[in-house]
Write a protein that binds this ligand. Structure first.
Ligand code: FES
Length: 683
């Protein structure tokens, strides 16, 4: 059976920051994201009043600050309206320069405080990682430079375009106008309504930008920022910028005042900075910032299109409150059908399968190191297998890499692994497979300490995804050991070489224990034999370890894992610095049976109201359930995570192997056991 178990000594923990951190170090507020009370029915006037006048609330601090900026610019930095009659270059430049200055002060200020000086460290930072300095999707491979470029070249230009257009139109008498003196009530009503109008417009224009053709040519650019920072706010394609700022066109239709127009345009230009900070908190306890609501949209893509004032997302079913949904989004609970869009032979026995959702829906976000749970139809019915995702996340497709299992050494007469053979020999481009996930706790922590990665054999699949993410992030030093038999059985060679050559934070060392004649020490590999203390000494591991407090991530066969950990401990590495995932490649479960349970029995699934006859061919209880369309929760498939645990109401089970999860009396782990006679379980 190809399966694996994961173990990490870190755990989710409540933190004294009004929220919690995941194992990967991402922070989320403990309270669900909520809507403003204005459209909460039945209306509660007291709550609406509180929301209007509280601090922070509707008026305070941002709307008051933005209106203050409007008064300042109108009184000191606004060219006289007559100058706009003929649209001279000088007057346009003045508006452009004014907007550039505002942009740099406002956006640059947030960035300096939170990212350059890191005044808050990682406190309440939604995503544990800092912004990418090696991301190929960003200009100059640097997320901040890329964001600044698009803010200035696209966002600021569109903003200026609409302002110049408005004042030209006003100067030429084309704009319907009011004055405060003549219409004070209408003036104040507009002032109060503009932020709500902005939110209304934002929701609809944003939904429109998610229309596939428009997304592909424009909005994709803003969504490169899965982990946004202040400059991501206005980092938009020119088409998107024009749509986003079109909110001010209302002033060409509804009688208004230039102060109201400026309030609308500057509000639109400045709001994205604090809402994209990627942090939640308040500046010196005063000025609040952060929008977990909108962060969830960047992270999960098809939720929270609006803002947290008007409940459109709730009404149209796309609202995510950031609590239980966060896990549901990470770990979809039902099987999805994926189409195989590409197959690559990575080495003699490893093939990569590129998967796209058959319904062309979005790929659920995953963290490097996680896996998918596949439900595979083989001769005895449907069986389950976990396969690691071997690439960093992208919205379009997933890559899993699978090693073809041969019969166990010493038993050449046993058939090869049926599931891996199914993938290797039967699956073609265009075929579909069923999978659930992503899931798994073997993920990078938020610790910004340097990282040590070690991969043995096909254990390289989660490790290469981690290496890719770390290279994209670019801020942690990475030492990576790849332990293979020889060059013939070494997957991802070219990919690793490319990563190594193109990144300054990754060192890769390759060890072969059965080198081929054509393998050349010093060229195809750096070490020969088995991973040892001497190898680590040769690459100055101790210096890195002591200096940098390395976090270790190891994946491979059990023997390799055990000896690696033993060696690391001789350097004094503590348990909590080692995160590991053991790959089990034994084909025992596919081809051998346990003599205790050969006779079979009835399995009654209470909740599903089904009673099914179990025979040895049915495999584990979990496999029996899946083959009969009874969906059960599962994670590691190896008795480690405990996620499949159910109550065993009657009867006994027999385990295929020792399990690490605690099994209380009256429960069982269906992923790892079979019934001994007839049993009754709560599933
Ligand atoms: S799936 Fe992890 S213990 Fe059963």
């Amino acid at each position: 059976m190809a399966g694996f178990s994961s173990s990490s000594f870190s755990s989710d923990r409540v933190v004294p920051e009004g929220g919690y951190r995941t194992k990967a170090g991402d922070w989320a507020p403990s309270k669900p994201v909520e809507y403003a009370p204005i459209l909460k029915f039945p209306l509660n006037i007291k709550n609406i009043f509180k929301w209007m006048f509280a601090y922070p609330g509707y008026l305070w601090p941002f709307n008051v600050i933005y209106f203050g900026i409007v008064l300042l610019t109108w009184n000191y930095f606004q060219p006289p309206v007559e100058k706009f009659v003929t649209l001279e270059i000088g007057v346009i430049s003045k508006i452009l320069m004014r907007n550039f200055a505002l942009l740099w002060i406002w956006y640059g200020g947030w960035h300096l405080y939170l990212y350059t000086w890191r005044m808050r460290g990682q406190r309440r930072k939604y995503c544990a990682r800092w912004q990418s300095t090696k991301g190929s999707t960003f200009l100059l491979k640097n997320q901040v430079y890329d964001n600044i470029f698009w803010c200035c070249a696209s966002g600021c230009v569109a903003w200026t375009f609409y302002e110049v257009l408005y004042f030209w139109s006003m100067a030429n008498g084309y704009t319907p106008m009011i004055t405060f003196k003549d219409n004070p009530i209408w003036f104040i009503s507009q002032l109060l309504l503009i932020p709500i109008w902005r939110e209304f417009h934002f929701y609809w224009i944003h939904r429109f930008l998610h229309w596939k053709p428009l997304y592909k040519i424009s909005h994709y650019l803003h969504h490169h920022n899965i982990n946004p920072g202040p400059w991501s706010g206005l980092a938009m394609h020119p088409i998107e910028s024009m749509g986003y700022f079109s909110v001010v066109l209302i002033h060409f239709l509804v009688p208004s005042h230039p102060l109201l127009f400026l309030f609308n345009s500057q509000h639109t230009a400045l709001t994205p900075a604090p809402s994209h900070t990627g942090f939640e908190g308040s500046l010196k306890g005063g000025l609040p910032f952060g929008s977990y609501f909108h962060y969830l949209h960047h992270r999960y893509f098809d939720c929270n299109y609006g803002e947290s004032g008007l409940p459109f997302d709730k009404w149209f079913g796309s609202f995510m409150d950031g609590q239980k949904d966060i896990d549901a989004a990470r770990y979809p609970k039902t099987y999805l059908t994926y189409e195989v869009i590409r197959i690559e032979q990575e080495s003699e026995r490893v093939k990569s399968f590129y998967l796209k959702r058959e319904d062309r829906g979005e790929i659920a976000p995953h963290q490097s190191g996680q896996h998918l749970l596949f439900r595979v139809p083989v001769s005895k019915g449907k069986v389950l297998r976990c396969y690691s995702i071997s690439d960093s996340f992208n919205h379009e497709s997933l890559r899993v890499s699978i090693k073809k299992e041969f019969p166990p050494i010493g038993s050449p007469d046993l058939p090869p692994g049926e599931v891996s053979s199914y993938f290797h020999d039967e699956i073609k481009v265009g075929d579909t497979v069923e999978a659930k996930g992503p899931r798994g706790d073997f993920v990078l922590s938020n610790d910004m300490a340097p990282v040590f990665l070690a991969a043995g054999g096909v254990g390289i699949t989660p490790i290469i995804a981690m290496a890719k993410d770390l290279v994209l992030e670019g801020s942690r030093e990475v030492t990576m050991f790849v332990l293979m038999k020889n060059s013939r059985e070494f997957p991802f060679q070219d990919e690793l070489l490319k990563m190594k050559n193109e990144s300054s934070n990754l060192r890769v060392f390759v060890g072969f224990d059965e080198p081929l004649e054509e393998d050349c020490l010093g060229k195809s590999h750096d070490f020969e034999g088995y991973f040892s203390r001497e190898w680590l000494e040769e690459v100055s591991y101790e210096k890195t370890s002591k200096a940098g407090n390395l976090e270790h991530y190891i994946c491979g066969p059990k023997g390799m894992m055990e000896s690696s950990i033993k060696i690391l401990k001789t350097f004094g590495v503590e348990d909590h610095k080692i995160h590991m995932e053991v790959f089990s490649t034994s084909v025992k479960h596919e081809n051998e049976e346990n003599s205790d349970v050969m006779e079979g029995g009835q399995v009654e699934f209470i909740h599903s109201e089904k009673t099914i006859k179990w025979t040895p061919e049915d495999g584990t209880l979990l496999e029996l359930a899946e083959s009969n369309d009874i969906e059960m929760e599962a994670g590691c498939l190896f008795g480690e995570c405990g996620s499949c645990k159910v109550n065993l109401k009657e009867g006994e089970v027999v385990y295929d192997h020792p399990v690490a999860a605690t099994v209380e009396k009256g429960t069982c782990l269906p992923c790892s056991c079979r019934p001994k006679g007839s049993i009754v379980i709560e599933a």
